[in-house]
Structure formats: C-alpha cells, structure tokens
Design a protein around this ligand. Structure first.
Ligand code: F0G
Length: 460
C-alpha cells in the first residue's frame, strides 16, 4: 500500500453538485434530531456522504446520453435487449432477467430453491441476502475463513470461504438440507474483501461433488476481478473481461445489485447460466413481484444506462483509479494512526472501532458511537457494521458481532483525492480524542432491521 505513485482521477467534471459543511453547533443539533443515528440525517446535513457505495455513483456522459435513448415500452423494450446482450456477453450466461435492485433479484430467485428449514451456505451473506433467505424459510450460514475476522492480518483474499469447513459442514448437515451455496464477491460484510479465483473454483467443485447448487452474489464483480488480476498468480496478463468470464463459469446463477459495479443509481439482474426450466420459472415469478420480463422494475432509460455502465466498469483504467482511491485513503489513515481492516477491499475502508475504542463494550455500540463522532467532527456520514447492525437473538439478548466496524464507503466517480484527504484528517482528529468518547444506548428500536430507524442516546 506504500510506495505508489500519485494517480489522478481519469475523468474531468462537467457538472457540479454543491455540498456544504454545517457549522459545528448545527451538526450537534442535526445529530440529536436524528436520534444519534446517521441514517436519519437529511443529506443536506451531510458534507461528505460515505454511508454507501450503492446507487450513489456518478454516471458518465455516455450513460446520460444513453438515458435519453431509453425505450420505455412495457414489453420488448430495445433497452432491455441492449442490456441483455451486454450482460450475456460479459458473464457468459444465456439468461438475463432484470430486477429493480439486488434485493428484488433475491426475492425472485431464492424462494424457488429454498425448502423451509434448509440452510443457505456461503462465505458471508449480506443483510438483505440473509433476510430473503430467512423470509423463504431458510437458515443463512457463513463459512468465511476465520482470517476475515482479524483486521490486522495481511492476506490478499480475506473473502475466501474456508474450504475445510465447507466440506465438513456439508457432510455433517447433509447435502439434502442445503438449498444452495452463494459466494459473495467482494465479501461486503467482511470489509469488501475479495475472493480468489482458486477459492471460487474450489467451492464450486466441492458443491458439485456433493450435489449442492452454487450461486454468486455479484454486486462488486468487477472490483473482485481487479483484485484477482493484481493479487493472484497467473492473472496479471489476463483481461478483466476474461477473468469475469472465468469467475462466473463456476456458478450456475447469480443475483446482482447494479447499484454498485453497474455504475447506475438503480437496477439489478438475475443471471442463469443455461437452465431453461429455472429461467422460465424465474420469469413467471418475476411478473407479480418486479414486473414484466423485459423491464423487471427498471425504467427503459435505466436499463440503457446500465448497459453502458457494464462496459465502463470493466476497463483497467476505471478499476485502477477506483481501487487507488480506497488505497489512498487507507494510506492517509495509516499515517494518522487510525486502525482499519487491512488490506483494504474495493469499495470502502472499514475502521476497526474495537481497536479505536477498546474501553466501550459491544453492548454500548462502539462503532455507532464512532460514526457519530466522525459526523460531529467533520460532517462526514459513515455507517456502522457491528453489534448495532447485528441486533438481538430470539429472546431479545443483544448479540456480539465479531467485528465492530465503521465503513467509510466511497461512491464511484463522485469524490476526489482532496475530499479523501479531508476524510483522513477528520478521522485522525477523532482518533486523537478517542479515549474521551463514550458509548451509546438505544432508546427506541423496531423489531426488524432496527439500524435504519432506531433512536439512540450517548451515555453520560
Ligand atoms: N448483496 C451485496 C453484497 C450488497 O452489498 C448489497 C447491497 C445487496 C446484495 C443488495 O442490493 O441494495 O441493490 O438491493 N449493499 C448496499 C450496501 C446496500 O450499502 O452495502 P440492493
């Protein structure tokens, strides 16, 4: 991560969106009004918004031009056929089905394969993936290698599934009790960590050996391919496109949130490699849930912009600059003594709140407290990924997350290196007064997905 040369963004700015930093006292009031939950802040109260990289990217001039050419026909939209052929070519899958976003794809695909009581195994499921597995009566099981939980351990592919555990789990549980395996690339919940080609292949082979289906949650497929090219032996001279083709050749279906590497603000896809029966069934389920098979919840213009986004995201120039921004921020944080999940992944830097605030126990939500301090210090909005997000068990007892992370998520093509310099400076300032930061308690929480709407209060 050290010793890299300065790489300016490979774009220039054609249109600007002003952003403002509220004065300190107004930030205090805004956070109080928001119940000490940054999700409840208004975007106008935020200076630099690092809540998510999902749907927050900037489209290119070519995408905006494509938008104007969108075909809004209910059936048979030419924008769909552009998207379909682009995705077929990119992923090497015969069947492409649109959905309004990633979770739309999940709600259509998953229930077809899950019988109540069956497990869905994978490296580490994202929250909505877990929710849709549970809604279909399944049980989500994470089998990521334990090194993902050690934020200071250097390893090129901390998103890899633990192969020994995978095999023994299938044997112990019985293949008939496993609906499918889903590999999440990159592994968002473990810090945006990539999965190696060798691991994707091995997981696929183990699944095949025991007759378990193997799918992909492909939201950040291009970033994952870039890490394979950079970090895995034998791929340095392969094109991103051929790496993507190989990755997807090992799985039989995928769900994809296009709001990340699709470089669009809304959209999603289901891909089915070659199973005509699955395709026919998925299309019929799609109609009542998402929409007719040639739009699936997307406007024609959104499909047109996505077809262009899928071509732009697979260029070396784009991916190099994208990952460089994350690494740049990491280097500056390291210089300020701020610990984070290392090496960094492709879409965010995950600060290690357990290390920054060792005096705050998990049930006082150290990562949430840190998010709030970062907002107060500099108007930056990060997101908590820790015990506050994890929630409670069936008896109401707070669960302890193995990691307490603060995600500084970088939207695509939105901020420049100077914004990231500012972010690092603010986090460093917070780090310097870390021992004075107090824990936080919940004053209101809804029964499910509480982190979006819960209200909290700092402990005195
Ligand atoms: N899978 C992964 C790995 C994701 O990161 C997300 C969304 C989804 C599925 C669901 O896709 O939002 O289009 O419905 N992640 C966002 C985030 C929300 O902030 O990490 P969606």
């Amino acid at each position: 991560m050290t010793n890299f040369t300065f790489l300016p963004e490979p774009y220039r700015i054609k249109m600007v969106e002003p952003i403002h930093l509220l004065p300190p006292q107004e930030r205090v009031e805004a956070l109080r009004r928001a119940g000490y939950n940054p999700f409840s802040l208004r975007s106008s109260e935020v200076y630099i918004d690092l809540l998510t990289d999902s749907g927050t990217g900037a489209m290119s001039d070519r995408q905006w031009a494509a938008l104007m050419m969108g075909d809004e026909s209910y059936a048979g939209s030419s924008s769909f056929y552009q998207l379909e052929s682009t995705a077929q070519e990119l992923f090497g899958y015969q069947y492409i089905i649109p959905a309004h976003q990633g979770r739309g794809a999940e709600q259509v695909l998953f229930p077809q394969f899950i019988k109540p009581g069956q497990d869905v195994i994978g490296n580490m499921h994202f929250d909505t993936t877990m929710a849709h597995i549970s809604l279909a009566g399944g049980i989500p099981v994470n089998l990521v290698h334990e090194r993902a939980y050690d934020t200071q351990l250097e390893h090129p592919f901390k998103g890899d599934t633990d192969l020994d555990q995978l095999r023994s789990y299938i044997v112990k549980r019985g293949a008939e009790n496993i609906a499918f395996c889903i590999i999440t690339i990159t592994c968002n919940s473990a810090g945006g960590q990539p999965v190696s080609m060798a691991n994707i292949k091995a997981v696929s082979e183990i699944c095949q050996e025991y007759g378990v289906l193997c799918f992909m949650d492909a939201a950040r497929f291009a970033e994952n391919a870039y890490f394979i090219k950079k970090r895995e032996a034998g791929y340095a001279h392969q094109s991103i496109k051929s790496i993507i083709r190989e990755m997807f050749s090992y799985t039989q279906a995928f769900t994809l949130s296009a709001k990340k590497d699709g470089l669009v603000n809304i959209g999603g896809l289901i891909g089915i490699k070659d199973n005509r029966e699955w395709y026919e069934h998925t299309r019929s389920v799609l109609v009542p849930l998402e929409g007719f098979p040639t739009y699936g919840g997307m406007a024609g213009r959104d499909m047109a912009a996505l077809a262009v986004g899928l071509q732009e995201v697979v260029t070396d120039e784009y991916l190099e600059a994208r990952v460089y921004q994350i690494e740049y921020l990491a280097t500056r944080l390291q210089a300020g003594g701020v610990p984070f999940q290392s090496p960094v992944g492709g879409h965010a830097v995950f600060l290690d709140a357990k290390k920054i605030l060792p005096h705050i126990p998990f049930h006082q939500y150290p990562a949430q407290a840190l998010c709030n301090e970062i907002y107060l210090e500099g108007g930056i909005r990060p997101v908590e990924i820790g015990s506050f997000l994890l929630g409670r068990d069936a008896t109401g007892v707070q669960l302890e997350s193995p990691l307490e992370l603060v995600r500084l998520t970088i939207p695509r093509r939105v901020y420049t290196i100077s914004h990231l310099e500012y972010v690092a400076a603010i986090c460093t300032k917070v780090m310097q007064r870390a021992s004075d930061i107090k824990g936080i308690k919940i004053t209101y929480e809804p029964p499910v997905l509480r982190h979006f709407t819960a209200r909290l209060e700092p402990l005195s």
